[in-house]
Design a protein around this ligand. Structure first.
Ligand SMILES: *[C@@H]1O[C@H](CO)[C@@H](O)[C@H](O)[C@H]1NC(C)=O
Ligand SMILES: *[C@@H]1O[C@H](CO)[C@@H](O)[C@H](O)[C@H]1NC(C)=O
Ligand SMILES: *[C@@H]1O[C@H](CO)[C@@H](O)[C@H](O)[C@H]1NC(C)=O
Length: 444
């Protein structure tokens, strides 16, 4: 199965395709193992454990974004849709953010983005997973907090018209477009001149959009765009706030909060859950070996795509960091247990969310779809004392870049000989120079 088909059924005509082939996602299964009655005091004291959400934050209120938006020439006859968002959270997050950025750049309106889900049913017949014809789209709330998205844009980009819903309309003035396709020769670091987007778009509209019904708005269906928009081209402040217009859906935030509470209780680890990175706490690792969407197409030449290399690297790192607890995010509980056994040799206890969440929490987790459960791991891992992941995974990169916000402007360094990237908070194994260059096109 071709990974590209998860991303888009259309062939890509721009560079970096090899990256797409190996930028994977990850997922989880569920199984409960142990439980313990727990009590918890939330700092405010006012919240029940059930409602506690240490991953909540207010809508983005950014002057840098307002400045960016007020410098744009807005055009009420341009409407963008953003419905081609597939893959795991790393892909989806970045592609929605790119849609918003492109809509702002062109001064158009944006229809609330939607998401193409990958469900458990699809996993059951994984080899055919790419056959998604007729697959319904889910709203943005499938993964994200819809009101937060709308409120953040209203506050930080008041000119942008966000259209809550648009009936499917067929008009001659409607076409699909992959924004990057308007730029020739895109280097691995992303578009050289992203500011040319509105001019290039205008030329494209003039050449390809029907001249009929001039009074009707132009509708452009944005294709999934991934690692081509260089986030620093809008300046430091925008690069560091823009991603926050997407906040994960509330149930995943609360489940992640409870996972951390359970971890703290079970292992008698006092933690201040409000800290962005909790130190000391636990070692977080993304065991990325079991994606059922890509099994038949494993890249055997990529050393760290295999369990052995990942587990050994993670255990060694956790051991030298002197952490005794390892939280594992894995698509394969069998492998999570396997690393648990191997970890005893290092005197490290391994746990995961299915291990920690019990009863109602376990039920709630189980009700979530495969990709939604990954959001819980994503959040938990953002707070670990150290994080380790793999260079070919957009999930790992997304977490590392999010954590990196805490230490900016110190940049990560790549040890090319060992293919190890680290910024002091996160370590990614199996990183090639080109991945680091592309990571400048992933919104944190
Ligand atoms: C929670 O806080 C209250 C009041 O501060 C205290 O009496 C109680 O012992 C605390 N409970 C736990 C489990 O820490
Ligand atoms: C909006 O964009 C379209 C397509 O580029 C263009 O024809 C039209 O003149 C623009 N309208 C304004 C008010 O700029
Ligand atoms: C927990 O961390 C937050 C954020 O760093 C801080 O504001 C708060 O004072 C800390 N609480 C305690 C009890 O240390």
């Amino acid at each position: 199965m071709q990974c590209t088909q998860l991303i888009s059924r259309r062939p890509f005509v721009f560079g970096g395709i090899s990256l797409f082939l190996i930028w994977l996602f990850f997922g989880v299964d569920h199984q409960a193992i142990r439980d313990r009655v727990q009590k918890w005091n939330i700092s405010s004291g006012a919240m029940s454990v059930k409602e506690a959400d240490v991953f909540d934050f207010p809508p983005v209120d950014s002057q840098a974004m307002r400045d960016m938006c007020s410098s744009v020439e807005w055009n009420s006859s341009l409407i963008f849709t953003c419905d081609n968002n597939h893959g795991g959270i790393g892909h989806i997050r970045n592609s929605i953010l790119n849609c918003v950025r492109y809509a702002i750049g062109a001064g158009g309106s944006l229809v609330l983005p939607s998401i193409a889900p990958r469900g458990h049913d699809e996993l059951d017949d994984a080899p055919h997973v790419e056959r998604r014809h007729g697959m319904p789209r889910q709203g943005i709330e499938y993964m994200f907090d819809k009101n937060h998205f709308a409120d953040s844009l209203r506050k930080s980009c008041p000119e942008l018209v966000l259209i809550r819903h648009m009936e499917p309309v067929e008009t001659p003035r409607r076409r699909g477009l992959l924004p990057e396709s308007l730029f020739p020769d895109i280097p691995i670091t992303g578009l050289k001149q992203p500011e040319e987007w509105p001019i290039r778009l205008k030329a494209w509209i003039e050449s390809y959009m029907s001249k009929e019904n001039q009074k009707e708005p132009i509708i452009i269906d944005l294709e999934q765009s991934f690692l081509h928009y260089p986030i620093n081209s809008d300046g430091h402040d925008v690069a560091h706030t823009f991603g926050n217009i997407l906040k994960f859906r509330p149930d995943t935030r609360r489940l992640a909060t409870r996972t951390l509470m359970k971890l703290s209780n079970w292992y008698d680890l006092p933690m201040n859950l409000s800290e962005p990175i909790i130190n000391p706490s636990f070692f977080g690792a993304h065991l990325e070996t079991a994606s059922p969407f890509t099994q038949s197409k494993r890249h055997s030449d990529v050393k760290y795509s295999h369990y052995e290399a990942q587990s050994t690297a993670y255990l060694k790192q956790a051991f030298s960091a002197k952490t005794q607890i390892m939280y594992i995010a894995s698509g394969d509980l069998g492998e999570a247990h396997k690393i648990g056994l191997e970890a005893t040799e290092y005197n490290i206890a391994v746990t995961h969310k299915e291990d920690l969440l019990k009863e109602e929490d376990a039920d709630e987790l189980e009700r979530l779809n495969w990709d939604q459960r990954a959001l819980v791991d994503y959040l938990v891992l953002t707070k670990s004392q150290e994080f380790a992941g793999v260079g070919h995974s957009s999930f790992s990169w997304n977490i590392a870049l999010k954590r990196h916000e805490e230490i900016d402007p110190i940049s990560g360094t790549l040890e090319e000989h060992t293919e190890t990237w680290s910024d002091g908070l996160s370590t990614l194994y199996g990183v090639r120079k080109s991945y680091v260059q592309s990571s400048g096109c992933m919104w944190a």
